[in-house]
Design a protein around this ligand. Structure first.
Ligand SMILES: [Zn+2]
Length: 288
């Protein structure tokens, strides 16, 4: 059985901490480097539900995409919800390791996993990492569809292939427009509009799109029309858990570690319900 320090070294090799954004907080949050690891759980969010799931599973290590603490704190008291997560993990000898923006820009990374879930062929990063001479790392991915789809069909595919959430997929733009190329970015993507426009793609699939940037982007008549597909933030990042788990599984086999690696299927998207509006005459029909 490997020590935590050995497993963390392997994870750091996949997602080096120095490639995280300067504002980010990645790496090991909880854990004794000398403890043995046999069972690992991957999840998007380090929330209490997931900590409880790790306990029930008998996991020794929880790997999450989102940080537990992004800013400094002066308490891990169990009376705070984050402190309770820390207490739960430490009481059960479960380590917590975070790979966030260092996993976003990795090759393969969060957006490769998202593209893979939708059967899209990745062509290149949307925003290449200038420090990568091979141009394979970076934020978001520019992808091609094997067969062109309408925006409506692509949204249906995303709704079917991504894990189910209350939000589903929102579409901006002409639902009948043909999509041959699409940019994808797991997580919040509305800071990437300029790069998406420059990439010359037919559609952009991401999460957390706000009214004004989205409305201005779709209404821009100086450029060719471009559709937006907005999924739940959690759903766009969840495929990375399966990718990371598969990568760790392979490392485990190679090293003869015999790790058991699991992916949490618990939906931790904060939005829990969706009430459809009254039927409209819009081209998409009533959302459901
Ligand atoms: Zn995220």
């Amino acid at each position: 059985m490997p020590r935590l320090s050995e497993v963390i070294a392997a994870l750091d090799n996949l997602w080096p901490a120095e490639r995280a954004e300067s504002w980010d907080a990645v790496g090991t949050v909880v854990g004794d480097p000398g403890q043995e690891v046999s069972r690992v759980l991957f999840a998007v969010d380090p929330v209490q539900e997931i900590a409880d799931e790790a306990v029930e599973l008998g996991a020794d290590l929880l790997v999450t995409h989102h940080p537990l603490y992004l800013r400094g704190t002066t308490t891990v008291a169990a009376s705070t919800f984050k402190g309770r997560v820390v207490h739960t993990l430490i009481k059960h000898d479960i380590a917590l390791h975070v790979a966030h923006t260092n996993a976003d820009t990795a090759d393969p990374g969060v957006s490769d996993a998202l593209a893979g879930a939708l059967d899209l062929d990745v062509v290149r990063p949307l925003v290449p990492d200038p420090s990568d001479p091979e141009g394979r790392r970076g934020l978001g991915r520019v992808c091609e569809l094997r067969h062109p789809l309408t925006v409506r069909e692509l949204a249906a595919r995303a709704a079917e292939r991504l894990p189910a959430t209350a939000q589903g997929i929102r579409v901006a733009g002409d639902p009948e427009a043909i999509v041959r190329t699409v940019a994808v970015s797991g997580g919040s993507g509305d800071s990437l509009f300029a790069s998406v426009r420059a990439a010359g793609v037919d559609a952009f699939l991401t999460a957390d799109l706000r009214h004004h940037p989205a409305a201005e982007f779709v209404a821009d008549r100086d450029h060719s029309p471009l559709a937006l597909l907005d999924a739940a933030h959690w759903a766009t990042e969840w495929p990375w858990c399966e990718l990371g788990a598969a990568q760790l599984d392979e490392i485990s086999d190679r090293n003869g570690w015999d790790l058991r690696v699991h992916v949490s299927k618990t939906v931790t998207d904060p939005w829990t319900a969706h009430a459809a509006s009254a039927p409209t005459s819009s081209a998409m029909g009533a959302p459901n």
